[in-house]
Every structure is written in structure tokens, then in C-alpha cells.
Design a protein around this ligand. Structure first.
Ligand SMILES: *[C@@H]1O[C@H](CO)[C@@H](O)[C@H](O)[C@H]1NC(C)=O
Length: 250
């Protein structure tokens, strides 16, 4: 079902026309900023800056799938023993492409500075706390921290990504703590709301500016209000097993 949803978003993105020179794919003409041509025969759309790959009649994102013996196959899920960092990916949006996802103020941003804390009594055992590391398994995700109780990741009522404060299980009412797909060799995918994916929203004066973009999960009801935002993928960068990102993220 997730596969069909991804294809559905792919097809919805076709409206924009650019004045790029058309190219040929077999008998069809296509705009290379909007599509990629496979085997001079099949067109797949460019979604979130990724020219989708082709597998036996389906176009797919390599952030979630692979084509194995001509069968579209989900990438294996990450398990909780392998923490990872995330980087924003959309080659058509240089302002965020390659930037880290950063945790600060109980909120994930794109290209910000990681906020972390370690009590002085932990001393030299304190993790550096300068990267934003995450663990994910079974559809949920948590910050990769040492603090007892951990820090759970959730979609807040505005579908921004938040995480619990250390020593607290409190989550804003209406938040969602499941529906996150984390794929080995792929990405961190929001599977809530039928696969509308993530968007990057430009810095606003109200948000303090500073070049930090906001990460929002899109869905059928908030899509219109997010029209100023741009689709992106979140690429998983695995860390060595046992790596702890921070004592706690602030
Ligand atoms: C979509 O996200 C908005 C927040 O931006 C939320 O209020 C709404 O309930 C979500 N819609 C669906 C269908 O989940």
C-alpha cells in the first residue's frame, strides 16, 4: 500500500511545466527536469529532486525500495542497535541538500545546531553531543541518548517532528508516535497520512531566521498550507553500533 501511495504522489507532482528543452524517450517527449527515461522506453517522475528508479512497471524511490530480480522490494528496516544521523536530500534545493537534521528545543530542524546537555557528574563519560543521532525500530523512533527513560520522537499536532524532554514522557495531545519507516541503505520515511512525504519550509522571521529550515510532514489536509515548502527525502547515515549521540538532547 505504501508503494501505491508513493506512486500516487509521484503522479501528482506532474503539473508544473518548465521551459526546458524536451528530450525523447522512445516515441515520447519529456522534460528532463520533470522525468527520467529508463531503457529509452519508460518515464519516471522526479520527486523531491530524485529521479525515480524503474522496476517492472513501477517507479520507485531508492530511499525506500530496491529492485531485486525485477521485483520491487522494501529495503530492510533498520533495527535499534544501529543509530543513525539524517541528512536532507533534494539536489534541486541547494539550500537544504546535504544539510543535517538537527535536534534543538525539542524540535527537529534542517541545518541547525544540535542542542544537547550532559550533567557535570557524568564527566568524561559524556558523549560529545554535537551530532543529532536517532534510533528506530518497529515504526517508532527515539533520540540516541543515554539519559534514563530516553527521548521519544513524535509528530506533533502541526506535523513537525518533536521529541520528549529528558525525564518526561509528556507528549502534546494529538501527537503521533508511530508510522516512521527507517530503511537500511535508504531513508527515514513518514508513513503517516498516506505517503505525502516530508517538506522543507524556508526560515521565517517568526522562527528566528538564521537560515534554519523547518521539517514538516505533509498530508492531504496540510498540503495547501505548505505550498511554500519543498519536498525532500531524509537520508539515513548509519553510525557504528554502540554510538551514543548525546547524554540528552535539549
Ligand atoms: C495533517 O497535518 C495537520 C497538521 O499540519 C493535522 O492537523 C491534520 O490532522 C493532519 N491530517 C491528517 C489527515 O492526518
Amino acid at each position: 500500500m505504501a508503494r501505491l501511495s508513493l506512486i500516487a504522489i509521484a503522479l501528482m507532482g506532474l503539473g508544473e511545466t518548465a521551459l526546458a528543452a524536451l528530450q525523447s524517450c522512445g516515441n515520447a517527449q519529456y522534460d528532463p527536469s520533470q522525468y527520467v527515461c529508463w531503457y529509452n522506453q519508460f518515464l519516471c517522475p522526479v520527486v523531491a529532486g530524485e529521479g525515480l528508479s524503474y522496476c517492472s512497471g513501477a517507479c520507485y524511490s531508492t530511499f525506500m525500495y530496491t529492485c531485486s530480480n525485477n521485483v520491487l522490494t522494501l529495503l530492510p528496516a533498520m533495527d535499534s542497535s544501529t543509530p543513525f544521523t539524517l541528512t536532507a536530500s533534494n539536489p534541486n534545493l541547494p539550500a537544504v541538500d546535504g544539510k543535517p537534521i538537527t535536534a534543538s528545543g525539542q524540535h527537529w530542524s534542517i541545518g541547525g545546531v544540535t542542542g544537547s546537555y550532559c550533567p557535570t557528574q557524568v564527566g568524561s563519560a559524556c558523549p560529545k553531543g554535537d551530532i543529532t543521532a536517532i534510533v528506530s525500530s518497529g515504526g517508532s523512533a527515539a533520540m540516541d541518548v543515554e539519559v534514563p527513560g530516553g527521548q521519544l520522537v513524535y509528530l506533533d499536532p502541526f506535523w513537525n517532528v518533536g521529541y520528549t524532554q529528558a525525564h518526561s514522557a509528556s507528549i502534546p495531545s494529538g501527537s503521533i508516535t508511530t508510522g516512521f519507516g527507517a530503511y537500511q541503505g535508504g531513508g527515514f520515511v513518514n508513513l503517516n497520512g498516506n505517503g505525502w512525504g516530508w517538506v522543507a519550509c524556508p526560515p521565517t522571521a517568526a522562527g528566528g531566521g538564521g537560515g534554519v529550515w523547518n521539517l514538516v510532514a505533509k498530508n492531504s489536509t496540510n498540503a495547501a498550507s505548505l505550498s511554500g515548502c519543498t519536498a525532500l527525502n531524509l537520508k539515513i547515515n548509519p553510525l557504528p553500533q554502540g554510538t551514543i549521540g548525546a547524554w540528552q538532547y535539549t
